[in-house]
Structure formats: C-alpha cells, structure tokens
Design a protein around this ligand. Structure first.
Ligand code: FES
Length: 145
C-alpha cells in the first residue's frame, strides 16, 4: 500500500471510530432508512432544512455496518451541510468516492454509496427532488423503507 492509500485509510478509520453527525433528530424535514441486502447493514438519515426550505442545515445518521458504509456516511454529512437539496439530489457519486479516496471493489462500492442513496431518497420524498436514474432502482437494491 502506498503512502496516499495509507493516509486515506486512516481518515476512513477516523470517521468510522468518531462518526460526524451521528445520532437521531426529532422532527426532521426529511428522513429515510435503507439497508444493503448483501449484508443487512443499515443507515437512517435525518435532514433538517434552513428557513428557506432548500438549504440543508443539518444532517444526522444512525446505523450499523462496516467501516466503509459508516465512514462514507459520516463524510457525506460533512460534505452536504450548507448545500441546497437540489444540489445534493444531483451530487455525482464520484464526488463522495473522491473523498473516500481509495479504490473500492464493486461490493465495497455498495457499502460506500449506501448513505448517499438513502439521503437522495429522503430528499426525493420530502422535497420532490429528482432521483437520478442510477438511484431509481434503489428501492429494490438497497431496500429503502
Ligand atoms: Fe454491509 Fe458494507 S458490508 S454495508
């Protein structure tokens, strides 16, 4: 493993051990829960919007799962605060994968994208933001409830 991969691994482990935005929210403006059926890991996301009804004021998540799913969701909460719902609805998955920084196998990719998918579904349900094609099958794939 090279120096950069090592550095990214340490950042991921830090997010896993000290997740940012971990917890629940009373009365969120948007909420969704999803499960990766391959492993049964779960993520629930809560969003509160600013007074304009568009800007993401705060995001919290709870769940259990592998280091990648939990760390990626933790990173995601930091990435999306202050952005508009529509911005996040159209946020390309590559942006999060870049933040994660290490190459992932297809199975790990599902782990890494669980939180992002759940967040997009939460916004889609609450705000009617578009759910891009690639996430449209999410209900089956990730069993979003
Ligand atoms: Fe379940 Fe990673 S092994 S989300």
């Amino acid at each position: 493993m090279n120096e950069f991969d090592q550095m990214y691994r340490e950042v991921i482990l830090d997010h896993y051990r000290n997740p940012r935005g971990h917890g629940a929210m009373d009365d969120p403006d948007a909420e969704a829960e999803g499960m990766n059926p391959l492993c049964g890991d779960e993520v629930t996301i809560f969003v509160s919007l600013a007074e304009d009804g568009e800007t993401i004021d705060d995001v919290k998540f709870s769940g259990r799962g592998c280091a990648i799913s939990q760390a990626a969701t933790s990173m995601l909460t930091e990435m999306v605060k202050g952005r508009s719902a529509i911005d996040v609805a159209t946020l390309p998955k590559e942006e999060l994968l870049e933040e994660i920084g290490i190459p992932l196998t297809p199975i790990r990719l599902k782990c890494a994208l669980l939180g992002l998918g759940v967040l997009k579904v939460a916004l889609h349900r609450a705000k009617g933001t578009p759910l891009p094609e690639e996430w449209a099958g999410l209900d089956d794939e990730f069993q979003v409830r």
